[in-house]
Design a protein around this ligand. Structure first.
Ligand code: SIN
Ligand code: FE
Length: 347
């Protein structure tokens, strides 16, 4: 697939000034903010599994450029699976749903503990799933360390997931709906300004995974952060869980998460955007179609996203510490601190 070719055709069939409830009208024009998917997607064609960057002389520069593009809010796109991934593993994952083993939600994998959450099936299937997710996680890590070399030593491997449900028509409560535009924030894992970087692969053999995106984080923040409560949350500061609350939580076996003002704002912003019907309907949209067997990487704490349809995706999350960033001034925490005029975490 060349830079023009397929993507131009897809661009032509994509649109975006219409509300989410209206179907694609085939308009070739950019959306109301003048954006097309070419402003968001960065196709990568010069990186191979076995040999890495096509031109060793410019490998360092290409890796830097990729990190910068991610930090600028773009999505790196591969029209294939750019890491080692066995055909047999893909077949097993695809067979899981069809065999009706009771999968109803995402399966998550915790690489450091080597455990699965949400997996159904018998002991043998469970063991096989564990093995496959472990292999997937290891290979994606290896790939990301090579692709994004400037981050390499600082990339922290977080959870991975397998998403076997058809996304279109899922019945979920508003805040859990992923077909509404949002930026990611983890209720149980405070980031303190560090970044959420995710690598997705559509392992479906026939259907695309379809996303919507909209304007940049900075634009969204400028428009909505105050109404979402930035000043109020900033004024409360970044308090640590008090000793009594900590004791009580620990006594009940609950995790004690120290939420910085940044984390409290990001959780609020996630909910605020999902619950803001006018924004969801009228904001400018860019439709992104990730074909079967493609892979894409982005900072989901800054790239607004909604998954409209698609089934069977693999996803690996990484935490990128603030000091690893090449353009820290573009990070959500920097954007928000500038707006709030105060620090939002103890980073
Ligand atoms: C998400 O909203 O983080 C999930 C996107 C997807 O599953 O494609
Ligand atoms: Fe998300």
């Amino acid at each position: 697939m060349t830079c023009g070719g397929q993507w131009d055709k897809l661009t032509a069939s994509r649109l975006a000034t219409v509300p989410m409830t209206t179907t694609n009208d085939g308009s070739p024009e950019a959306n109301s903010a003048g954006m097309t998917d070419a402003d968001v997607l960065v196709p990568i064609k010069d990186f191979q599994i076995a040999s890495g960057w096509a031109s060793p002389a410019s490998a360092g520069a290409r890796a830097r450029q990729c990190c910068e593009q991610l930090e600028e809010g773009r999505i790196l796109f591969f029209d294939r699976i750019p890491f080692v991934f066995f055909k047999e593993d893909r077949e097993f994952l695809l067979s899981q749903r069809q065999s009706g083993s009771g999968l109803h939600k995402n399966i998550s994998y915790r690489p450091r503990e080597n455990v699965l959450r949400g997996a159904a099936g018998n002991a043998r299937e469970h063991a096989q799933m564990l093995e496959i997710m472990g292999r997937y996680s290891t290979e994606v890590m290896r790939f990301m360390e090579r692709l994004l070399e400037p981050y390499a030593s600082q990339l922290a491997l977080d959870y991975a997931s397998f998403r076997p449900e058809e996304e279109s028509g899922r019945k979920l409560p508003t805040r859990k709906r992923n077909d509404l535009l949002h930026v990611d924030a983890f209720p149980t894992r405070p980031m303190n300004g560090h970044r959420i970087l995710r690598c997705f692969t559509n392992i479906n053999t026939t259907s695309a995974r379809v996303w919507n995106t909209t304007e940049s984080f900075a634009a969204l923040a400028a428009r909505h952060a105050e109404k979402a409560g930035l000043a109020r949350i900033a004024a409360k500061g970044s308090r640590r869980t008090g000793p009594l609350a900590r004791q009580i939580k620990e006594a009940f076996g609950l995790k004690v998460a120290d939420h910085s003002a940044y984390d409290r704002f990001m959780l609020r912003f996630h909910d605020y955007l999902k619950e803001h019907e006018e924004f969801q309907i009228n904001c400018p949209k860019i439709l992104l179609e990730f074909p079967p067997g493609s892979t894409w990487i982005c900072y989901t704490d800054a790239v607004p996203h909604a998954v409209l349809s698609g089934q069977y995706a693999l996803e690996q999350t990484f935490i990128v510490p603030l000091p690893a960033l090449l353009k820290p001034e573009l990070a959500p925490i920097s954007v928000l601190e500038k707006m709030a005029g105060t620090r939002l975490s103890h980073h």
